[in-house]
Every structure is written in C-alpha cells, then in structure tokens.
Write a protein that binds this ligand. Sequence first.
Ligand SMILES: NC(=O)c1ccc[n+]([C@@H]2O[C@H](COP(=O)([O-])OP(=O)(O)OC[C@H]3O[C@@H](n4cnc5c(N)ncnc54)[C@H](O)[C@@H]3O)[C@@H](O)[C@H]2O)c1
Length: 328
Amino acid sequence: MTVRVGIAGAGGISRSHISGLAATEGAEVTVVQDLDLARATETAATCGATATDSLDELLDQADAVFVCTPTAAHRPIVEQVVGRGLAVFCEKPLATDLAEAEAMGRAVAAAGVVNQVGLPLRRVAAFAVLRELMRDPDNGPLLAISMHTISRARDKVLAGWRGDSVQAGGGMLIEVGFHDVDLLQWFGGPIASATGQVTPGTHAGIEDAATVSLGFAQGGTAALTAAWNAAPVPGQSRRIHAIFDRAEYLLEYDGAHRRLVADGPGERHQEWDGDALDAAALEAGIETNPQAAFIRAVREGGPASPTVADAVEVHRVLDHVYRAAHGS
Ligand SMILES: NC(=O)c1ccc[n+]([C@@H]2O[C@H](COP(=O)([O-])OP(=O)(O)OC[C@H]3O[C@@H](n4cnc5c(N)ncnc54)[C@H](O)[C@@H]3O)[C@@H](O)[C@H]2O)c1
C-alpha cells in the first residue's frame, strides 16, 4: 500500500519532510496546501504534488497529513484531519499553550488514529545512542542530567511569525527548548516536577533564554539552560552530561562536531566521533528517518513515536516553567 501524504503549510519545515518522504518506501506526497497558493505551488513542484489553498481539497486527497503551519494554526487543522480518521504528523510545539495542546491530545485520542510529532532529535544517531547507553541497568540510579542548548539564529527567526507570541506561544523555550525537554523525558522518564526562570528578550512574551529545573518520577534531576542569541555562526549546539551512580556520559553535539564519551559501568571507557555514532545507531537498529518511521506505522496500523500524548507532556512541563517564571 502506498500512503498518500498531504502537507498543510508549505514553508521551511515542509521541505525537510518532503525530502525525508522522498527517501521513504511506500509514501507519495500527493497534495500540498497553504493559505498562500503561490507558496503551495512552489513547494508542490519539488515533489510532483498538486497544490491547493483549500484544506478540504487536501483532506480529500490524503491518507496521512503533515501539519507544518505556524504553531497557532495547528489545532484547527489537526482536529479536521483526525475528524476524518486520517493519520496525523503534527509539528512541535503542538500549540501556543497547554489548554490547546490538551484539547488536541483529546481529539487525537478519541479518533484513535496513528499520530506522531516533529521531534526528530529522538532519531538523530548521537542522541539515540546516548539513550541506549543510559538504559543500561548496570549504570545504577540516575542522579542528575545537565543540558545546555544554544541556537544562534535568533534575529533571523524573530523576523517572521516567531516574533509574535500570539503565533508562537513564547520564545526560545517553546520553540527550541521543546526538543530539549522532550529529550529529557525520553532519557529520564516521566517528569514529576518542573520550575524555572526566563530571560526576557526584545519582543513582548518572547524569551531569549530559560533555565529549567526538573525532577524525574523515577528519581534524579535535570537542569536545562537554553538560549538563543545573535552570534554570527549559524546553527544549534547541545551539550549533555548524564551522571548515574556507577557511570557517566558526555555528549557534545553541533551537527558538524559530534563527540560522545562514555565512562560506563565497570570502568568501560568508550568514545565515538562523527561517523562512528552513525555506525553505532545502525548497529543498534535505530531508525533515523522520522518520516519513514511514521509511514511504516501508518502502513502497519501503528503505533508511531513520539506521539501527540508525549508532546502534551512537554507542554505540561513548559506550563509549569512559564508560570513559575512569570509568578502566575
Ligand atoms: N521539528 C523541528 O525541528 C521544527 C523545525 C522548524 C519548524 N518547526 C515547526 O514547524 C511549524 C512551521 O514552521 P516553518 O519554519 O516551516 O514556518 P514557515 O513560516 O516557514 O512556513 C509556514 C507556512 O504555513 C503557511 N500557513 C500559515 N497559516 C496557515 C494555515 N492556516 N493553513 C495553511 N497554511 C498556513 C504559511 O503561508 C507558510 O507558508 C512551526 O510549528 C514550527 O515550530 C519544527
């Protein structure tokens, strides 16, 4: 069976989904929809799909829909997609606040459709290999994780809809730190407590930085510092240090430079650079193409991962942090 894929919102992230889908067996992008028909036409031309500005036309021609609009527009589209019983891949964040995200979670659960969220770091070799190491029971209990994230494209990013908190729901924390909180819940399990502070930026309601303190239900804590700035070097960097009772792991990741150092249980010291991480992911059988993982779930009847329910949990954490930061 070939899954007919529709794309709602034909901007930057839609292009990366189209390229992942091109490398996916059993998927065909049949229709691209955008309120801006010229944009839909331009993006549709990259994959031989039909272009439209009508959501109904999109829904008529698809078995599964990627929702790639600005954040504030996700909910009405997701609700119509799942209302028709179609599989849905929604970009992160789900919504601009927790109440909207929870409503989406209820709609998706009630429809019972295959669903996945755009949290691709879970399928990046470096993070996936780190998680495999962290799951070794010989590590002993998790004590603490520290995570530092920097994104250097702030001014370019804020020139578009992300400069409007009504469209984006906030700044660095919800737009980029969402990935980090999700990685932390993926590494350490459900998060039982969350608080934090934010550094306001120049745009109302759009923070430049956040420091977040988390407690895991299974024990152990995490401290996340996430910031975006206007440094001229493009890209994002992450540094993760995970400390267990009998092991520690350190990952430095900025796309071009990738280095994972493991001081595992039993004095096992190992280091991986660059391509060795890709090889380790391959050896561990990790699917590194998120679009392929979603399409396989649709063809096989699910489940996909990470789900809308996983993303609702991230929104729950962010809600605690924003409330603590704003004293509300
Ligand atoms: N997972 C990731 O790593 C990642 C990376 C980038 C963006 N995103 C998310 O993807 C979403 C889109 O971001 P982007 O960078 O592609 O934005 P973008 O501005 O490049 O593209 C958004 C497109 O949606 C269109 N649009 C706006 N409202 C619409 C509506 N109601 N119906 C149909 N089309 C509509 C716009 O005309 C535009 O073409 C955001 O939620 C963003 O946070 C996720």
